[in-house]
Write a protein that binds this ligand. Structure first.
Ligand code: SAM
Length: 232
């Protein structure tokens, strides 16, 4: 898989892309991540990429030309022009379902905005789909891009040591994950449930399923309703 990010701040990605699962996935050739600086495509004086909004108002708006030129140049680097995603708080809410969908793509291109956001013609003219990581406003699309990359990469085949660990994660079957325990068997008077020490895998599976249902009902009843509908 190839992931491109168009950003004004490629340096921000140095740390998140160079640790743990995402780093290993790149080293093992499961994913190639390419960063492009939108500012490199600025044509106006002082490498200007933003300007004040027509009609007045606070802040600056990302201009069309540098973003369009950067996207065109990036798309040309591969025969697959990719699924283009504009990161904006106004888009489809990113979730595990969308992470799964995107992890099956051969190429995605994430465009990170900044300042007051994009000139609307960037959305219209590129035909990009809009994706948000939640109902809050961040200063730029860099953190959302990192969140999306991490969520996608861990779903790539062989990215995780144990294939099961992604399959059992919260949201993968519509429920929250069951509670996990590790050594010691007792800590500050808190004991590991007996069933997990029993070695009876049928009983352990049953307990985990029940716990996942109870936890989801308590903490995310909205998910349980959806799960029940899809089970039916
Ligand atoms: N004025 C815009 C609005 O009210 O919708 C917000 C602009 S925000 C300060 C600057 C950039 O950060 C956006 O263009 C987008 O790329 C990114 N961004 C901020 N919050 C985001 C979110 N929740 N999901 C995805 N991207 C976000």
């Amino acid at each position: 898989m190839r992931i491109d990010v168009l950003t004004l701040f490629p340096e921000m990605f140095a740390s998140p892309l160079n640790f743990s699962i995402v780093k290993r996935a790149q080293q093992r050739g499961l994913v190639q991540i390419a960063l492009s600086n939108i500012r490199d495509f600025a044509k106006s004086s002082y490498n200007k990429v933003d300007d004040s909004p027509y009609g007045g108002g606070a802040g600056m708006v990302l201009m069309c030309q540098p973003v369009f030129d950067c996207l065109e140049s990036v798309q040309k680097q591969d025969s697959n022009s990719g699924r283009v995603i504009l990161l904006t708080p106004q888009g489809r809410k990113f979730d595990q379902q969308l992470a799964k969908e995107l992890s099956a793509e051969k190429r995605i291109i994430l465009i990170a905005g900044h300042y007051e956001g994009f000139d609307e013609r960037i959305r219209i003219g590129t035909g990009a789909e809009e994706v948000s990581i939640g109902d809050y406003v961040l200063s730029g699309g860099e953190l959302p891009a990192m969140v999306i990359i991490d969520a996608i990469v861990r779903l790539l085949p062989d990215a995780l040591g144990d294939e099961d660990s992604a399959a059992n994660d919260s949201f993968s079957d519509g429920l929250l994950e069951y509670p996990q325990y590790t050594r010691p068997e007792e800590f500050k008077g808190l004991k590991v449930p007996d069933v997990l020490l029993s070695g009876n895998h049928k009983e352990i599976d049953k307990w985990r399923k029940q716990q996942a249902l109870e936890k989801t009902e308590k903490q995310r009843p909205d998910l349980l309703d959806k799960h029940k509908k899809s089970e039916k």
